[in-house]
Structure formats: structure tokens, C-alpha cells
Design a binder for this molecule. Structure first.
Ligand SMILES: C[S@@+](CC[C@H](N)C(=O)[O-])C[C@H]1O[C@@H](n2cnc3c(N)ncnc32)[C@H](O)[C@@H]1O
Length: 225
């Protein structure tokens, strides 16, 4: 997802959880990033994330809410938000906060579970047995996806949509996270790229990834106000 992070950016992950997405980014801190920042509303999650960070990396992990980020205006070049938006009761307010702390021409990556009838049926079935439980304060079940149309509509009110990628047809995400096999993950990534070109098959992907750009056009400024 972050292959195009170049230069010397300041990176923020919103809803960093236990640092699953941040840890692979830590080499960037040494080579490109000035500092890597993560926030999460859960103290326990932040504690685990801190314990996973390699010794001596310039990261700051903070307990904070996506609705009230403890940072100045235009503080970050890159913002990522993975599998977190579906926990938030007010998507618009979260996007507004992202917009506030993002620099002009900054990049925002959003990854969410794709609302997918093929997977929603077994997920709903599992939730009956308590396998997927509702997180406190969240309007969604944990396994529930986001309708892409809503994600696009709301985010285009703040940012320019640069790309939409359909991912994880063959479990790239699971393979990346559980087996941590770079070779297998690369193979799945290529398979995903091919499958996502076929419109009908898109319905069966697990995740959708948006790349957004904060632009300074008058039109988007009006939308933000
Ligand atoms: C499914 S986890 C994803 C964690 C991480 N991004 C990852 O991919 O592993 C969702 C995270 O969102 C966090 N979260 C929920 N509501 C939040 C809020 N209002 N502000 C910040 N983080 C929040 C939860 O504590 C949880 O760690």
C-alpha cells in the first residue's frame, strides 16, 4: 500500500491497533520518514504496539481519538487508516480531522473491509454465535464491510480520489499477517491485481483500498467548509 512513500514524509496511522501496519513501516523511519506516528483510542492496543516497535525507532504512539487528533493543522504528509473507519460512528467527522492534520497535497490511504454479499452471509452467520461481536460505540459488526459507494461519496467531499484498489481475493491479507511470507504475499498481490481487472470478480474481494489526495482547489475548499 505504501510503495509510493517517497521523500522524507511525516506519517500518521489512525487506529493503529497493535501496530500490525506500523511495524512493517519502521524501516522507513531509518531511511525516509522523519518520524512515524500512530494513534489509537485503546490504551491496551497502544501498549502492545509500543512493545512491538523495534528498539530505538523514532516512533510516537499516542492514545487519542480519531475525532480529536492531538496534532496541529497540516502536520502530516501521509495518513493511513486501516480497518478502522467501520468502528467510527461518525465517518464525516473523522474525515474532517484527517483533512485538518494533512498537509496540502498530502496522501491519505484508507483500507476497509469490502461489503461483500459472498462474505457477509457467513460473517452474519458467525456473528449469531458471537464470533463477531460489536465493538463498544461502533455502529458496525466487526466483520461487516463498508459499502464502497458510501466510502467514495463521503471521502470525495474532502479529498480527490486518486485510485481504488480491490484486494485480497486469495487471502493476501491473511497470508501477509499470519505467515509473514513475503514471497507468498507478492504472489497473492499479483493475483489480486489480475483478478481486480475483472468487474464481476471484484464483488469477491475482501478489502478495498482508496488512495486520496488533499488538494487545495477552491471546489474542495468549499466542500470542506
Ligand atoms: C480492526 S482494528 C485495526 C487496527 C490496525 N489498523 C490494523 O490494521 O491492525 C481497529 C482499531 O480502531 C481503533 N479505534 C476504534 N475507535 C477509534 C477512535 N474513535 N479513534 C481511534 N481509534 C479507534 C480500535 O481501538 C482498534 O485498535
Amino acid at each position: 500500500m505504501y510503495t509510493d512513500i517517497i521523500g522524507n514524509p511525516l506519517v500518521l496511522e489512525i487506529g493503529c491497533g497493535t501496530g500490525e501496519e506500523l511495524v512493517p513501516l519502521t524501516p522507513l523511519v531509518e531511511s525516509q520518514c522523519e518520524v512515524l506516528t500512530g494513534i489509537d483510542v485503546s490504551r491496551e492496543m497502544v501498549k502492545v504496539a509500543k512493545s512491538k516497535m523495534p528498539e530505538g525507532t523514532r516512533t510516537q504512539l499516542v492514545v487519542a481519538s480519531a475525532f480529536d487528533l492531538p496534532f496541529k493543522e497540516r502536520a502530516f504528509d501521509v495518513i493511513s487508516c486501516v480497518a478502522t473507519l467501520h468502528h467510527l460512528p461518525d465517518l464525516k467527522s473523522a474525515l474532517k480531522e484527517m483533512d485538518r492534520v494533512c498537509k496540502e497535497w498530502g496522501t491519505i490511504y484508507i483500507e476497509e473491509r469490502f461489503s461483500n454479499k459472498f462474505l457477509d452471509v457467513p460473517n452474519n452467520f458467525l456473528s449469531r454465535f458471537g464470533v463477531h461481536s460489536k465493538q463498544k460505540g461502533s455502529p458496525h459488526e466487526l466483520g461487516e464491510g463498508f459499502p464502497l459507494s458510501r466510502l467514495l461519496k463521503e471521502s470525495s467531499g474532502f479529498f480527490k480520489i486518486e485510485s481504488v484498489e480491490f484486494r485480497d481475493f486469495v487471502g493476501t491479507w491473511m497470508i501477509g499477517r499470519t505467515l509473514r511470507s513475503k514471497k507468498l504475499a507478492k504472489l497473492c498481490f499479483i493475483t489480486d491485481k489480475v483478478l481486480s481487472k475483472i468487474p464481476l470478480l471484484r464483488r469477491f474481494c475482501l478489502h478495498v483500498c482508496l488512495k486520496l489526495r488533499k488538494t487545495s482547489t477552491l471546489e474542495s475548499q468549499i466542500k470542506r467548509e
